[in-house]
Design a protein around this ligand. Structure first.
Ligand code: KIV
Length: 261
């Protein structure tokens, strides 16, 4: 997928599919199955390194996994996460984003809104494509008091919507919305010209992302928004089923979504 296709998909009402991958074998399967985006997520802290959260993921980790995934990603758009504390100033953001792009990423993603205005702007000025990440921000799990649904109250919902609009104005190409009520996911998606990609944000986002291992049922005690697509058959058929379910909007259902207060 080319970056320009993101808006075309949104305008045509075609849902965008995204899976995380961290190694060449899974990335190659997902790419060949035709997933639109492969995300080298900092969730590798949990699923590869066995940590409780993503805070211990380093730039070196992200560079290594981006390089191996990039080798086999031919048709999907490759996005890489900027890890914890790798975008604390505009200068540092630009430097680290350039490293990820040189490692093979076609876009970088980082968490947060208005507090990172200078980082969003320096990447826009330097033509580095950015994916935002609002709602539950796993790198702020301590400040957020755990992995909790965000934007349930009106004030919080308005704050997330305002951040989403600011990110669009700062040239962000797409925004991941994590763990917010489905109603808010729909409202934000309808308020923007750029596509949203939801994870626990309801079926009305413009696309859906899952951690690849969650989609394959490997994760113990998965969150509510996860569906195991590998109930029978192969990894290839599970991946195809995920893609089809997102495209025809049979995933996520209410069972995988959250309500406002
Ligand atoms: O790191 C990751 O896997 C992510 C997804 C949850 C979107 O950011």
């Amino acid at each position: 997928m080319k970056i320009d296709a993101l808006k075309i998909f949104k305008n045509q009402g075609e849902k965008i599919t995204c899976l995380t991958a961290y190694d060449a074998s899974f990335a190659s399967v997902f790419d060949k199955c035709g997933v639109d985006i492969i995300l080298v997520g900092d969730s590798l802290g949990n699923v590869i390194k066995g940590d409780e959260n993503t805070l211990g993921v380093s730039m070196n980790d992200m560079l290594y996994h981006t390089q191996v995934v990039a080798k086999v990603t031919n048709q999907a758009l490759l996005i890489s996460d900027m890890p914890y504390q790798s975008y604390t100033s505009a200068k540092q953001t630009l430097e680290n984003a350039k490293y990820l792009m040189n490692a093979g990423a076609q876009m970088v993603k980082f968490e947060g809104g208005h507090e990172h205005e200078s980082s969003f702007q320096i990447l826009q000025d330097n033509n580095i494509p950015v994916c935002g990440h609002l709602g539950l921000q796993p790198q702020s799990v301590v400040e957020m008091g755990g992995y909790k649904v965000q934007g349930k109250g009106e004030g919080d919902a308005q704050r997330i919507l305002k951040d989403a609009k600011a990110l669009e104005a700062w040239g962000v190409k797409t925004i991941v919305l994590e763990c917010i009520p489905a109603k808010l996911g729909k409202k934000i998606s309808q308020s923007l010209n750029i596509p949203t990609i939801g994870i626990g944000a309801g079926v009305n986002c413009d696309g859906q992302v899952l951690v690849g291992y969650d989609m394959l049922g490997i994760t113990q005690n998965p969150p509510k928004f996860v569906k195991n697509f590998l109930t029978s058959g192969s990894i290839v058929s599970a991946t195809n089923d995920f893609i089809q379910a997102v495209k025809n909007q049979t995933f996520p259902t209410d069972e995988h979504s959250f309500k406002s207060v």
